[in-house]
Design a protein around this ligand. Structure first.
Ligand code: FAS
Ligand code: PHB
Length: 392
């Protein structure tokens, strides 16, 4: 097979890139190691910045998101037994976020790709990338016992943190920056009504908790947990009891519990691989960077990379200019590091660290108190939460 762009990975980054390239008449194939069902079964992000929503519209897949997604003008911070609302809309001069699960966004993109009859390979085994430092990059894989080869102009490594693309870059060519947090998140999805109209982020002495949602009838909750914890050790009752303990009295009272339909645990890390381009190989999304989910940035950063990468490829083929390709990594990384900073800040502000001590806790309390009583501090958090503007 020969295409212009070989996209490795059928998560949000790979599928969104494929759709934007298709709309520009650029031929791409998506190569995914798992099945569609497996990709759709992963429960992940829930918050879309306006920029990500605009990209989905540009990709022609925004209709269900607008119909079913929930626009949120604020978030609430709970600490010291009270909730404090941050009016994101007022603080940012009219900007908001939309709750729309990554699973649904991925489904919309998969369906659009299928409807357009675009080439995708699922359950591809032994995916390998070759000769991306030369002029003739290739991707090979096995499927149904046959070896396949895709010849292309460029390879988009959209294969996530554990993917093959970054792993194929010579170690000396990468600079890795990483912080592993001493805790994880235990997440539960349940068909129970959300505890509040907006998200509630709770800083509690027992640990962080987050009350989120997917729809008016489906809630998503998280508890900070230790790294040696396991989801299967938590009964639903134990999860709900601990969540109640970490909420203020009013919220705990309003919590409607029920059977979990998904329960999973993720470790938290900040991770950046620099640069994000190696010859004809371009990394996008989690393949290049990871943020702790506290700032709801992971999925939105993937979309941000894809915005730059799709424009670079379109410019290359339409305008015969390699400027966007040359600038790709530097432009992405400026935005990546700002999101890394914000996600690290939100994580440091809201979680209990084993070594933080009483002084550290008092500093957290003071920062939260300052945040909810200072217009300037609240506006700073708000503009990062809704998504910083692009500095193209
Ligand atoms: P993805 O990891 O989504 O997709 C990569 C794809 O590449 C996968 O389908 C994988 O199967 C495939 N792949 C991997 N290796 C391959 C190979 N060798 N060959 C072919 N295909 C290969 N973000 C938030 O904002 N909020 C959250 O609450 C949140 N929760 C998360 C929970 C978990 C468990 C994880 C891992 C991430 C979470 N994130 C969250 C971040 C998440 O949403 C990512 O930012 C988002 O999935 C990034 O999308 P992609 O870059 O497409 O990577
Ligand atoms: C989610 O709904 O999954 C979610 C929302 C906000 C976050 C993290 C996760 O900061």
């Amino acid at each position: 097979m020969r295409v212009q762009i070989a996209i490795v990975g059928s998560g949000p980054a790979g599928l969104l890139l494929g759709q934007l390239l298709h709309r520009a008449g650029i031929a791409a194939v998506v190569i995914e190691q798992r099945s569609k069902d497996h990709v759709l079964a992963r429960i992940r992000a829930g918050i879309l910045e306006q920029i990500s929503q605009d990209l989905l519209d540009a990709a022609g897949v925004g209709e269900r998101m607008h119909r079913e997604g929930l626009v949120h003008h604020g978030i609430e911070l709970a600490f010291g037994g009270r909730r404090h609302r941050l009016d994101l809309y007022r603080l940012t001069g009219g900007r908001a976020v939309r709750v729309y699960g990554q699973t649904e966004l991925t489904r919309d993109l998969m369906e659009a790709r299928e409807a357009a009859g675009l080439p995708s390979v699922y359950q591809a085994a032994e995916v390998r990338v070759h000769d991306f430092d030369g002029e003739r990059p290739r991707v090979t894989f096995r499927r149904d016992g046959q070896r396949h080869e895709v010849r292309c102009d460029f390879i988009a490594g959209c294969d996530g943190y554990h993917g093959v693309c970054r792993a194929s870059v010579p170690a000396g060519a990468l600079r890795i920056y990483e912080r592993v947090y001493p805790f994880g998140w235990l997440g539960v999805l349940a068909d129970t009504p959300p505890v509040s109209d907006e998200l509630v982020y709770s800083n509690h002495e027992r640990g962080f908790a987050l009350c989120s949602m997917r729809s008016p009838t489906r809630s998503r909750h998280y508890l900070q947990c230790s790294l040696d914890d396991r989801a299967e050790r938590w009964s639903d009752a134990a999860f709900w009891d601990e969540l109640r303990r970490r909420l203020d009295a009013e919220t705990a009272q309003a919590l409607v519990t029920g059977a979990s339909i998904e329960k999973s645990m993720v470790p938290l890390r900040s991770f950046v691989a620099e640069p994000m381009r190696f010859g004809c190989l371009f990394l996008a999304g989690d393949a290049a960077h990871i943020v702790p989910p506290t700032g709801a940035k992971g999925l939105n950063l993937a979309a941000s990379d894809v915005r730059y990468l799709s424009r670079a490829f379109i410019e290359y083929y339409r305008d015969h200019s390699a400027a966007g390709i040359a600038d790709y990594s530097a432009k992405c990384l400026r935005r990546v590091w700002k999101a890394e900073r914000f996600s690290w800040h939100m994580t440091s502000l809201l979680h209990r660290f084993p070594d933080q001590g009483e002084f550290g806790h008092k500093i957290q309390e003071a920062e939260l108190d300052y945040l909810v009583h200072s217009q300037a501090a609240a506006a700073s958090l708000a503009e990062n939460y809704v998504g910083l503007p692009f500095e193209d």
